[in-house]
Design a protein around this ligand. Sequence first.
Ligand code: PEP
Ligand code: MG
Length: 761
Amino acid sequence: MLHSLSTLTSLVQDISRAENAVAAMRQIVVKLTELFSVPVCSLYLKSSSEQRLVLAATAGLADVAVGKVSLALNEGLVGKIGRTLHPLNLADAPTHDKFVFIPETHEAPYHQFMGVPLIHLRELIGVLVIQGTEQQRFSQDAEAFMVTIASQLAGTLQSIQRSGAWLPQQPTTQEVDRYSGVKSAPGIGCGRLEVLHLNLSLQDITQQRSTSIDAELTRFESAVARLKDELSLGASRLGDSLPSDVANLFSVYLMMLQSPELHDRTVQQIRQGFKASWGLRETVEELAGAFDQATDPYLRARGEDIRNIGNRLLRHMLSKNPLETASEQRELVLASDLISIADLSIYRPEQIKGIICTAGSALSHTGIVANALGIPAVMGVSSLDLKKFDGEEVVVDGYRGECILHPSPTLLTEYRRLQHADAQFIDQLACLRDLPAETRDGVRVQLLTNTGLLADVTPGRKHGAEGVGLYRSEIPFMLHDSFPTEDEQYEIYRQVLSAYSPLPVSMRTLDIGGDKQLPYFEIREDNPFLGWRGIRFTLDNTSLLVTQLRAMLRANVDNDNLRLLIPMVSRIDELQTFVHIVDDTLEELQSEGVAVVRPPIGMMVEVPSAVLLLPRMLKYVDYVSIGSNDLTQYLLAVDRNNPKVSALFDNLNPVMLVALEQIVAHTRAANVPLALCGEMASDPAAVLLLLGMGLRSLSLSAHSIPKIKWLIRSVNFTDAQALLHKAQNLASEVEIRALMSEELKRLGLKNLSGPEPVAIV
Ligand code: PEP
Ligand code: MG
């Protein structure tokens, strides 16, 4: 038995390359019988509707039992494991009092039994079982390895289990793949999946058939032509400056590329109905495999050359030019592990119908930008193998945090209908643009917008923002390829300030670090969220801060609506130093003859120490803005970007209510204006509580303003206060959310959280 980590890694990789869910499960059970040298391995998955463990794949038991045999939780040994969530390792299973004999499986001769639960993010996915004929328990070593395997496979198996594609009695669901992630930006979007940063090698290619043989042949032939040009160009450009044996490599590669074996065999595979990439993989493996056997090291190296050529051909076959795609009319859903703001900026905003990230979570900055641009986004879809689905039709449901691959025509029509209804609903709210956000009993709330992209300035004005509550100045820094100069910054800030003048604009100084990295200034830290972030970074790089302040103050000369905002404040002396630097900069500019005025200075409260020190900090600032995203992260010690703990990240956790109340009380006592600019301000449930608490200024993404205004205009402040008192007595965010969603339903505001889910039909 091979208990090595590399075995495990290769098992996980093989599965991710499998053609479909059934093939992946089959690979798991077959591979495990080999690894443990046992005759039987079976996989049971929990059916979501009936809470039963259904035999989903087996190697060794009767195939006819697959999909038919099932056990209730606590029924039989498998059901017992499902109920207790604990492994069972038995020498003689039939003598156990929980054993039930299931004739369809033909399992009579097996005594040795080991089963482990498959659990992902606290949820039971299924049970994995191995059986043998001997009458002794499996070794401790084997048990530990089985538990490790189960924990590694649980994530992948969860997506299979949720898709329902493994249930044979539902053949119509087989073509639909539904993947869950974390809701990041609301809305529904449909389009063609455009995977960014796709860096594939032949090893990643899975067997896929194509119905369009001609298109696949053209794809292959044009990749050959492009690689030929590339090699010829390389040979002529570098040939003279290279030693002759290295220069000869170009001609060897060219010969290989044009060899009839490589060409004709690939064409033959394509003509048999396979995709060009799979045909190429098969051909290259066959040709290179023959050289692998050679004893002569020179010949063995030829195998590597063939693979090299194959991989280069593959990249040409799959390569895309984002600028070309961006110029097309097609509707796209962009996907990658993480998508940077620079990636987004290549495409036209109206072309991007959705965003999917396999990493990240609701509040990663990609999500924040998606919100700002009104693009539905789902983050942390870790079980989705993007390579498999590049170019295919996909639906992004940002309300429920789901992506649906291969939607059937009926399903697609339904999602498009919802998309349309949602857009109509938002259009209907346009009539509120010039009306105040005021409760029925006369409490007025100021609605500002969060921005950072120039493209985002217009939506804010269009939706009636009363100013900018948070301008994330790091966003233009992220779009540059070096630190922007004072004049470059000046030009950007001037445009933002004048777009809103005379309405106020809170410009936050550079807040990089954490998940906000600049492509040209890498900060490598083990704990970036506890490291060189925000004000800590800029105070240590004073000249950067001074340059930025100069640009902001100068841009304010003709507008007079600038307010400065300091990110990530955690110490009193940070405020003292910042204020000092602002005063020095003002003096310097005045001495240069620039007519600058001192703008109001505000601080973000987003670190627990700032909540506790607030009464002593307030004397240095003119206003306070709560950064609820980071405040939640730091109060709960839950990384805002980690999908594994995203279920624990909730702004409505009781501790947030306690902290927010303290902030309200401290600022009120000192008569310092207070706003909130985290994503909490776009969450209808949270807004009701904030209203009840006394917050009167919220800053949110432009696209969320109409809905939140409608909410505020539909409720009474006194009702919000009563709700807050109820919520304050509840023990968890789950209970608080349940209370709030009941209330939203009662008020007839249910559609603020999006349309009803669409069932797969
Ligand atoms: C916050 O932390 O709530 C906030 C508004 O700042 P950012 O999301 O940019 O860190
Ligand atoms: Mg923050």
